[in-house]
Design a protein around this ligand. Structure first.
Ligand code: HAM
Length: 421
């Protein structure tokens, strides 16, 4: 037996309805907010993700990189944003409309240590709004994430928000961090030693040095914001208040990717056994990514939720998922002629939008009945010897146990009436 690859999982038939619920709700909320779906490739040329300015662990250490037979260097996407922006630039979406509001649902790949809520292949639902510097758009994007969580029925969830400021503020913050960490260089992990010069922000969310006293006491972004960045953040908060979105300010929140400027946010849940995986989703504003990927100087803002974490969170709060539709009618036929008749009705029922099925394994009445009941069918359609002779079918309501023999000709119409279809 060959098992699944480490860090991956199967969505089995008895669980797929959970995914349908989530995907459906994601699409619904995006329609309400005016976001359109974009589907980009699962692999991209390496440089879409491996950019000069992106030194996050996620990109430098956790990507799946490979060469194809034409010696092209490719990367399985570790996140959605960079690929969406690549597509936005390549297809010049900015020409038609000044603001593009896009969403996506799909798999991503990171070579991480698997644990509860952390996989090597995982799925994200994300949005990107590209083309506006308006702080109201930050509130709209956070509002979309917030409404989504509410529509899922999740309760123990917090929106945490911070600002990294504009490029100038971010540079000042980085310089302050560098000064702060330099005296501690010898006690930091090997990676963080390198990070002091290259990108001290990444020390703040280092998985090894996370609790190092120097990290705990590190400066926060607030003290390095210029006036413009402070005003920008204040406007975002005001708009969030206006939109009735609960949030808490998290001065230490910096996020794990390097493209962020100004607003950053995360959505957290208190879930037992979740540990560090209690972040359901996160995002923020990015000022330079579009330009970095060869496009015009346009800003964007977005977020992504981890679908698996949302499902775990919903399960732990005992939130019911929508079930896939129940079988309307299950046909049972006792001999070959009856079977031909049943098959005809089976196809007709489906043409009439009824969920219909029959047993393709067993021929005995008893076994077929068992299959129909296992399917939890609303009606059983039985064609036995008598029915065959009378050109009828016995339709049995499995809830009321009432059974009626109806002429074959009106069987489908009767069923539709009874089912209210
Ligand atoms: P991220 O914080 O790296 O941001 O990932 C977003 C979410 O994806 C996480 O909060 C988590 O729920 C889920 N996630 C990440 N890694 C894993 C994993 N290994 N297993 C399971 N779930 C995982 C981004 O990806 C940004 N692209 C978000 C964004 C969009 N920023 C702006 N626009």
């Amino acid at each position: 037996m060959i098992s699944k690859a480490k860090g991956t999982y199967d969505v089995l038939p008895n669980e797929s309805h959970k995914w349908h619920t989530l995907e459906e709700k994601a699409r619904q909320i995006c329609v309400l907010f005016g976001y359109q779906e974009v589907r980009t490739p699962i692999f991209e040329y390496k440089e879409v993700f491996h950019r000069q300015n992106e030194q996050s662990d996620m990109v430098t250490k956790e990507t799946y990189n490979f060469m194809d037979k034409g010696d092209r260097e490719l990367t399985l996407r570790p996140e959605g944003t960079a690929g969406v922006i690549r597509s936005f630039v390549e297809n010049k979406l900015y020409v038609e409309t000044p603001l593009n509001k896009l969403y996506y649902i799909g798999p991503n790949f990171r070579y991480e240590r698997p644990q509860k809520g952390r996989f090597r292949q995982f799925s994200q639902f994300g949005v990107e709004a590209i083309g506006s510097n308006d702080p109201a758009l930050d509130a709209e994007v956070i509002g979309l994430a917030y409404s989504f969580i509410q529509k899922l029925g999740l309760k123990g969830v917090r929106v945490r928000i911070n600002t990294l400021g504009d490029n100038e503020s971010r540079a000042a913050f980085k310089a302050a961090l560098k000064n702060h960490f330099e005296p501690h260089v010898d006690t930091l992990c090997e990676d963080c030693k390198q990070r002091i010069d290259k990108n001290p922000l990444r020390i703040l969310d280092c998985k090894i040095d996370g609790q190092h006293p120097a990290v705990v006491k590190a400066p926060t972004t607030q003290d390095y914001l210029n006036d413009f960045s402070k005003r920008y953040f204040q406007s975002v908060l005001t708009y969030l208040d206006v939109a009735n979105i609960d949030y808490e300010i998290a001065p230490k929140l910096v996020r794990g990717l390097d493209y962020y400027t100004h607003t950053v946010f995360e959505i957290e849940a208190d879930i037992e056994g979740f540990g560090a995986q209690n972040v359901l989703g996160g995002g923020g504003r990015y000022q330079s990514l579009v330009k970095e990927l060869g496009g015009p100087d346009l800003p964007g803002i977005g977020f992504a939720f981890g679908m698996e974490r949302l499902i775990i969170a919903m399960e732990s709060e005992n939130i019911a998922f929508e079930q896939d539709p129940r079988t309307d009618i299950f046909f049972i036929a006792t001999d070959a002629n009856a079977r031909t008749q049943a098959l005809k009705l089976l196809f007709e029922s489906r043409n009439q939008n009824m969920v219909a099925d029959m047993d393709f394994v067993s021929t005995s009445f008893k076994a077929q009945l068992k299959s129909g009941l296992k399917k939890n069918a609303k009606y059983l359609g039985i064609i036995g010897e008598t029915e065959l002779q009378n050109k009828t079918i016995s339709l049995k309501n499995t809830e009321t146990q009432q059974q009626e023999e109806v002429p074959l000709k009106i069987a489908i119409r009767s069923l539709k009436d009874w089912l209210g279809k």
